[in-house]
Ligand binder design. Structure first.
Ligand code: ADP
Ligand code: ASP
Ligand code: MG
Length: 450
């Protein structure tokens, strides 16, 4: 059994959805097809929420109308407008969406819980239409509401999945369906609390959903179908001559995803790694391309495999001469970040100070106030993290030399080696991010030799 995930750009209109159906023809084993919302839909839903919460109801309804037009035109292109049951289902979702928007407009507020209930409609609608299309092609396909199995906590907007519950529910409810159907079409990104409230796993979370389902069902393979031919040596939007790395280890791919390679949601690799399930990243627009195969051990060594970058970063430097050589200093610092549920990306320490990076959107003044109780805090804003990923980075003497030559003249604010020996992270001003990635890419990949 395989789990295949198709992202928003892979199902953005009828012609691409048709490609996806053709891709599915090649599979002889049972498949779980995990879909995102159609391209741009989640953003539109968030926009409508924003408008309604500001009292701009006409604008919110115009967005809702645009979503309606977009999805009805897909149904029309498939000749599905005559399918009354489908028509009714989509009309019901859209009616519900309108009721939510009216409610938000009345209250002038949208809590994360309300947002999740609204934006889940993107995935519910895309999967409903795609399943009806497959059925119209006489495929033995079945629509499944993933909220029946994707049990989460109530951290709306970025819920955590209860993996044991997921496993139990999948065995009870999803695996038996594979006896009856060849294809199960279900939603990425969304889940549900035990008392039935809709949650989401964070933006771009459909990759993670696919990996979680693959883990729960012990799939043979997890395939992530997107709009590029696999994981590339850099973001192709930044570096024009970036090219596909056909083979990566779980560790390497996880570091790249964590440090900004949007092609994979940062949490995707862990569930695959746990059960040693290969993850293949493929291009819906070029299915013949082998893409990237991610497994426990990469077959092709290379001192630098890829470079990723993540902006919107802040450095917090926490300094305390009083704490010089005192034990418990680090614990006190991390306790503050834990209290505010803020994830720290990178850490570097000296005798009397600790520098940490966090994502800008997680910053609050309360963190600084709490840290200031026992230290001085210095903030450096508008930073970016550049991560270089490859084999035995730490032990390769040539590697650092090449990095520093490439970055001559750039102020490097922080530098850390990952413990896994596959990653070097540098923190530089965000204004230099593109230049740094380009220069490093040039240095390591100019002759395709990593
Ligand atoms: P999907 O809608 O299929 O989930 P995403 O837009 O989330 O697709 O991810 C694919 C995009 O990730 C690519 O179009 C590319 O712009 C971006 N990207 C960033 N870094 C990389 C990388 N190292 N390799 C490939 N794509 C990357
Ligand atoms: N539709 C969701 C988003 O846009 C999830 C995803 O695409 O993976 O974030
Ligand atoms: Mg994505």
């Amino acid at each position: 059994m395989k789990v295949l995930k198709f992202g928003g750009s892979s199902i953005k209109d009828a012609s691409v959805m048709k490609r996806v159906a053709e891709i599915l023809n090649a599979y002889t084993e049972p498949t779980i097809v995990v879909l995102s919302a159609t391209g741009g839909t989640t953003d539109m839903l968030l926009q409508a929420i924003q408008m309604a919460s500001e009292g701009k109801m006409d604008d919110a309804l115009a967005v809702k109308q645009a979503l309606e037009d977009k999805h009805f035109s897909i149904m029309q292109a498939f000749g599905l407008e005559v399918n009354e049951a489908l028509h009714q289902k989509i009309a019901d979702y859209l009616a519900k969406l309108e009721i939510f928007l009216i409610g938000i407009n009345y209250i002038r507020e949208a809590t994360p819980r309300t947002c999740d209930a609204v934006i889940a409609h993107g995935e519910l609608i895309s999967t409903t239409i795609f399943n009806a299309y497959l059925r119209s092609l006489d495929k033995k396909s079945h629509w499944f509401d993933v909220r029946q199995v994707m049990r989460t906590d109530n951290q709306f907007g970025s819920a955590s999945v209860m993996k044991n519950e997921l496993k139990r529910l999948t065995h009870d409810q999803l695996i038996p369906l594979l006896q009856k159907y060849d294809i199960i079409v279900t939603q990425g990104f969304i889940g549900s609390t035990a008392d039935g409230l809709t949650t989401t796993l964070g933006r771009g979370g459909s990759d993670y959903s696919a990996a979680l389902l693959g883990n729960a069902m012990n799939a043979d393979e997890i395939e992530i179908w997107t709009d590029v031919s696999g994981v590339m040596t850099a973001d192709p939007n930044i570096v024009k001559d970036a090219f596909t790395q056909h083979d990566l280890s779980f560790q390497e791919a996880a570091e790249l995803a964590f440090f900004g390679a949007k092609v994979l949601h940062p949490s995707t690799l862990l569930p695959a790694m746990e059960r040693d399930i290969p993850v293949i990243v493929k291009n819906t627009f070029d299915p013949e391309n082998p893409g990237t195969v991610i497994t426990a051990k990469s077959q092709r060594p290379g001192i630098c495999k890829a470079i990723s970058a993540k902006g919107k970063t802040m450095i917090l430097t926490v300094e305390s001469t009083r704490m010089l050589l005192a034990y418990g200093f680090l614990e006190k610092i991390f306790e503050v970040f834990a209290r505010y549920k803020v994830a720290v990306d990178l850490v570097s320490t000296s005798e009397i100070s600790v520098s940490l990076t966090i994502h800008k959107k997680q910053f609050t003044q309360e963190i600084v106030d709490d840290l200031s109780q026992f230290s001085n805090v210095k903030i450096s804003d508008d930073m970016a993290i550049i991560a270089l990923v490859g084999d035995n980075i730490k032990t390769n003497i040539n590697f650092l030399n090449r990095v520093f030559t490439a970055l001559t003249g750039i102020t490097i604010e922080m530098i850390t080696f990952g413990t896994s020996n596959v990653n070097l992270s540098l923190v530089i001003p965000e204004s230099q991010m593109v230049t740094c990635v380009e220069r490093l890419h040039n240095k390591f990949f100019k002759n395709n030799n990593g």
